[in-house]
Ligand binder design. Structure first.
Ligand code: C2E
Ligand code: MG
Ligand code: MG
Length: 734
């Protein structure tokens, strides 16, 4: 049997934690990516700044070449002797030109200087091929300028010069500056461009490049044939052809910063990560706690706190589910209403704690009997219900009900006491989808009602007639209440009880009748159970007792026996009321006998023992009615001191025909007497029975053989002779 599993929901805590983890991961990734991007951008910018620095350093070096040449001219060298060792020295050491040539107006080399040393009157091997075209172009340029301005005297003052980046035949590179120098040898249109020219070459060699690197703090700046790092710069000639490459180790300020900050960053990340993890753990714990308390709340909202079985809410839910199931399975749903017989009395006499224990035990036993797919629910008080889907036949339903009825037969021990209880069951078996849950429950309840009427400790299966019976019973109940209020219709009849020896009337048993307006005279069996059930048995009992006491006193009945139902006995004020009525009517307690049924003893409640003790103590007698029909054993007789046994009619009737029964009755009578009790044989109808029971030792006899239950007047008349003779005797002897 399933009680509940509200944990079907997806784990909220896992959802929260995963969301947080994914969010944190996304944020971390975004932060890293944007930092990465920023680092890249910063380092890129730094690289382009380095490129610019190198380019302008090269540009400066190149420009200085021409400026230096101009400075030489401006210094005012004697044009007649401009070419000497001093010039070589100045060009190389002071200014740093690697090679220099002075060309005459006829184009011949007048002096060559290589690395500050005089080198004859020829071009350096690798220079001629490169220099000649430049020189030719320059001379042409000067000639054209002179042509346009014939008055021009000093061409070198015109500022015309050539400055180029070139690759030499030996594979090296350099800057070349060519500039007119000194006074023109000739001027005039016949020799345009025939100036003295100073040619300066600055090699772009490794040392020059390294010097730039050093000056501008560019690490590892050098010439390479092909760049291998990301930091490189192409050196091109005037036509744009790549001559060589410069590479260096780029500065990466952002990367360096990141590198330096990394330990701190890692530490920070670890701290943030730790904090996140702690937060997540806390979040998880919190949401787990929330989930647990939510599950608990759901459980509480669907379960009975005392027994842990389903409550009404879950019951209704399961009933609806069962109907759907039935629809699919084409089977029937069995709904059983379960009631603990006389639970109220048990609760009253044993206390509520014991009552609670009993409810727990019953719900446990019901649940054990039922399979997984069934639901046991407590709907309130001692009201249980069982939903059992998938039933194929009436027989199967009956078998299940029978098992449930049997489940309380094993002894129930609460504390140190044994409490015997029985269950009444009402079952409705229907095609679930054809009937509303409310109607199904109503039918089970009607069947339960029928089970109770049928004597409890059993089950009934709903039939439509039960509805009619229930309606009728309800009407009867109202009429009985009315009869009690108005005092009309109810009356007592008296059946005499005779002393076995002598045959005197020892007393009479008061038996209630109801003269029903439409149904005629009703025997007690027709309405005592109803009165018990609807809670008016106490009222009815009081009426009977008062009436019987009055009659006994009035009619001079030596002793009157009054039947008290088990339900009345559960009332802890019974003794008080009986004694109150005795006092009220004036009947001595010794003339009253209370008849209780044997079954009552089985309930074995301390409160009932109290009631019996109080009544006996006051002088009233206690008779055990219908002895032999219940389960009371001799040991019960010992623990409950009673005054009389009434051997049940069913035994008496068989005493003359059934040998075994004869023996049993003899045993009962002997036992009773041995325990000091009087024994009445009730229901004697034949002389045989009378003889046998008298022989066996019965003290009193009662039955149709002697007298049927009599109307009060008849009883009174029957007592009359005895009364008269008593009066006569009193008169005679004063
Ligand atoms: P009971 O106390 O055992 O009463 C004896 C029943 O047996 C009476 O039935 C009586 O009419 C019947 N009886 C007596 N002698 C014979 C006989 O020789 N042959 C046959 N066949 N029957 C005989 P009654 O009056 O119908 O009462 C039935 C039961 O109703 C009683 O059984 C008693 O338990 C209960 N009862 C009667 N009056 C009251 C009452 O005022 N209060 C309560 N609580 N129960 C009552
Ligand atoms: Mg009786
Ligand atoms: Mg009886």
């Amino acid at each position: 049997m399933t009680l509940s599993s509200p944990a079907d929901d997806r784990s909220v805590s896992a959802q929260i934690v995963w969301t947080a983890v994914v969010l944190a991961g996304c944020m971390a990734a975004a932060a890293i990516l944007s930092a990465w991007w920023a680092v890249g951008r910063i380092d890129e910018r730094a690289l382009s700044e380095q490129i610019q620095t190198i380019e302008s350093a090269l540009f400066d070096t190149r420009s200085r070449l021409t400026a230096d040449q101009a400075a030489l001219s401006i210094a005012g060298d004697d044009p007649s002797t401009p070419f000497n060792d001093e010039l070589d020295r100045r060009l190389t050491i002071t200014i740093g030109h690697d090679r220099a040539y002075i060309l005459g107006s006829d184009g011949r080399v007048l002096r060559a200087s290589v690395n500050g040393r005089y080198a004859g009157r020829v071009f350096h091997l690798s220079d001629a091929a490169v220099l000649n075209p430049i020189i030719e172009r320059l001379r042409l340029q000067i000639a054209q300028a002179a042509f346009h301005d014939p008055g021009l005297r000093a061409t070198n003052a015109m500022g015309i010069s050539a400055l180029e980046t070139v690759g030499f035949a030996d594979g090296s590179q350099g800057f070349v500056s060519v500039r007119p120098i000194g006074p023109p040898q000739r001027s005039g249109p016949e020799s345009p461009g025939g100036d003295y020219l100073l040619v300066s070459i600055k090699q772009i060699d490794q040392s020059m490049v390294q010097a730039i690197g050093k000056q501008f703090s560019i690490a590892n700046l050098r010439r390479v044939p092909h760049p291998t790092t990301a930091a490189w710069l192409a050196l091109r000639d005037e036509q744009g052809k790549i001559l060589t490459y410069l590479t260096w180790t780029p500065v990466k300020p952002a990367q360096a910063l990141v590198g330096e900050a990394t330990p701190a960053l890692v530490a920070m990340l670890l701290m943030v990560g730790g904090a996140m993890a702690t937060l997540l753990a806390w979040l998880r714990r919190t949401s787990l706690t929330m989930e647990a308390s939510r599950a608990h709340a759901t459980y509480l909202s669907l379960h009975d706190p005392l027994t842990g079985t389903a409550n009404r809410a879950l019951f209704e839910q399961r009933l609806r589910e069962a109907r759907n199931f039935e629809f699919l399975a084409e089977t029937k749903v069995l709904l059983i209403s379960v009631d603990i017989d006389h639970f109220k009395q048990i609760n009253d006499s044993w206390g509520h704690a014991a009552g609670d224990q009993l409810l727990k035990e019953v719900s446990k036993r019901l649940a054990i009997e039922m399979p997984e797919e069934a639901t046991v629910a407590r709907l309130g008080g001692d009201e249980f219900a069982v939903i059992h889907p998938g039933i194929l036949s009436d027989g199967q339903a009956r078998w299940i009900c029978q098992r449930l009825v049997q489940c309380t037969k094993a002894p129930i021990i609460i504390g140190t006491e044994r409490i015997d209880i029985t269950l009444s069951l009402g079952a409705a078996l229907e095609n679930g989808h054809e009937i509303e849950p409310e109607e199904l429950l109503r039918r089970a309840d009607v069947a339960l009602y029928a089970a109770k009427i049928a004597g409890r400790d059993g089950f009934t299966l709903y039939t439509p007639e039960m509805d009619r019976e229930k309606r009728e019973r309800r009407a009867l109940e109202l009429e009985l209440r009315n009869a009690l209020i108005t005092g009309t219709g109810l009356r007592l009849v008296y059946q005499p009880i005779y002393a076995a020896n002598g045959g005197d009337i020892a007393g009479a048993e008061a038996l209630v009748r109801w003269a029903h307006p439409t149904r005629g005279m009703l025997p007690p069996d027709a309405f005592i159970a109803l009165a018990e059930e609807c809670g008016i048995i106490d009222q009815l009992g009081e009426w009977v007792l008062r009436e019987a006491c009055r009659f006994a006193l009035d009619a001079g009945l030596p002793r009157v026996a009054v039947n008290v139902s088990p339900v009345q006995l559960q009332n802890d004020r019974l003794a008080e009321r009986v004694l109150g009525i005795l006092a009220e009517t004036g009947l001595p307690a010794e003339r009253l006998e209370i008849e209780i049924t044997e079954g009552v003893l089985l309930q074995n409640s301390p409160q009932m023992q109290d009631t019996i003790r109080t009544l006996r103590h006051a002088g009233a007698g206690i008779a055990l009615d219908d002895f032999g029909t219940g389960y009371a054993s001799i040991s019960y007789l010992r623990s409950y001191a009673v005054d009389k046994l009434k051997v049940d009619r069913s035994y008496v009737q068989l005493v003359s025909t059934d040998r075994a029964m004869n023996h049993i009755v003899r045993l009962i009578v002997e036992t009773g007497r041995a325990l000091g009790m009087a024994v009445t044989a009730e229901g004697i109808e034949t002389q045989d029975q009378r003889r046998l029971l008298t022989e066996m030792g019965c003290t009193y006899l009662q039955g149709y053989l002697f007298a049927r239950p009599l109307a009060p007047e008849d009883m009174r008349a029957m007592l009359e002779p005895a009364r008269r003779s008593e009066a006569d005797l009193r008169q005679k002897f004063g």
